[in-house]
Design a protein around this ligand. Structure first.
Ligand SMILES: [Zn+2]
Length: 291
């Protein structure tokens, strides 16, 4: 349970936010995005104001903001410190959730040793039909080294869903498709070991745990409305810890003392971090955690 969420109206506690509201409806202005830049990423403080600011600065509707068809991820925003809650409609008279594929969940969203798994894996057989979860427009349909055959669909509420490792893609970029449309066939392409569907849910390219949206026990949405707050992004704390972790790939001639000196650490720390002893023999190509 996240204890840091504040539902309801956003609080204006930053002078820049007030300026932003006065500018509403006019030219595209960075300040309208209600946040501050941190390297190349914009920290968003109030997600409702952020979404409103994008709506009012574009002629097109919000779901088509940043319509990039040749880049799966364009990472620009950080919602981990938002102070309010945004409500997105999932099911109503115009749209509803369709399970992409009803199969056993074989891997969860979260940390996978040294990398992060931003989706959920659903077991299937090659050739099984994979369906789009909601009505939307195909933003990406391509082949990538990691995702294999992959389709990304932007939905009317601004959510995106991603379907990877397909054996075949059956939809083209810019196609508008109804919920339940078969977007491809299950497979084992890209960085995949055994046929499965890698399924992601993102909002402005910020990954959400698909389980925040979908109850995979019965393949339905938890609610008809999805509430997005900083609770959905607490996994970023884990990412920060992971970012602080560093590894060394053992090369010919490397010794523990050489590696310890190179990274300004000690042999005993290396032994503790890697569960090895001072007399352990290092293998070329072995990955050693050094921080
Ligand atoms: Zn996966």
């Amino acid at each position: 349970m996240c204890l840091h969420a504040f539902a309801g109206e956003p609080v204006l506690n930053n002078p820049e936010d007030s300026v932003a509201l006065k500018n509403e409806g006019h030219r595209v202005d960075k300040k309208l995005y209600i946040g501050h830049k941190k390297e190349d990423v914009l920290m968003v403080n109030h997600i409702n104001l952020f979404v409103d600011s994008i709506r009012c600065t574009l002629h097109d509707s919000m779901p088509y903001h940043d319509w990039v068809t040749d880049d799966i991820h364009f990472r620009k925003y950080d919602f981990s410190k938002i102070q309010d809650t945004l409500h997105l409609t999932l099911n109503d008279s115009s749209d509803h959730f369709t399970p992409p594929f009803r199969g056993e969940i074989t891997s969860e969203f979260g940390r996978r040793s040294w990398r992060y798994h931003y989706g959920i894996d659903i077991d299937l057989n090659k050739g099984d039909s994979v369906r789009v979860a909601f009505t939307g427009k195909v933003r990406v349909s391509t082949y990538s080294k990691t995702y294999g055959n992959v389709v990304v669909v932007r939905h009317d509420n601004g959510l995106e869903t991603l379907y990877a490792h397909l054996s075949k893609r059956l939809v083209d970029v810019d196609s508008v498709i109804n919920t339940g449309t078969i977007i491809g066939l299950g497979g084992n392409t890209g960085r995949s070991y055994g046929s499965h569907l890698h399924f992601e849910v993102r909002y402005f390219d910020e990954p959400l745990d698909p389980r925040d949206v979908i109850a995979f026990e019965d393949f339905s949405t938890h609610k008809d409305v999805l509430s997005i707050s900083q609770c959905n992004f607490t996994y970023k704390d884990e990412l920060k810890v992971m970012g602080a972790i560093k590894y060394h790939r053992v090369k010919s001639g490397n010794t523990l003392s050489y590696i310890a000196v190179k990274y300004g650490t000690t042999i005993s720390t290396l032994c503790r971090l890697n569960g090895i002893s001072r007399t352990s023999i290092l293998q070329i190509g072995q990955r050693l955690r050094v921080r």
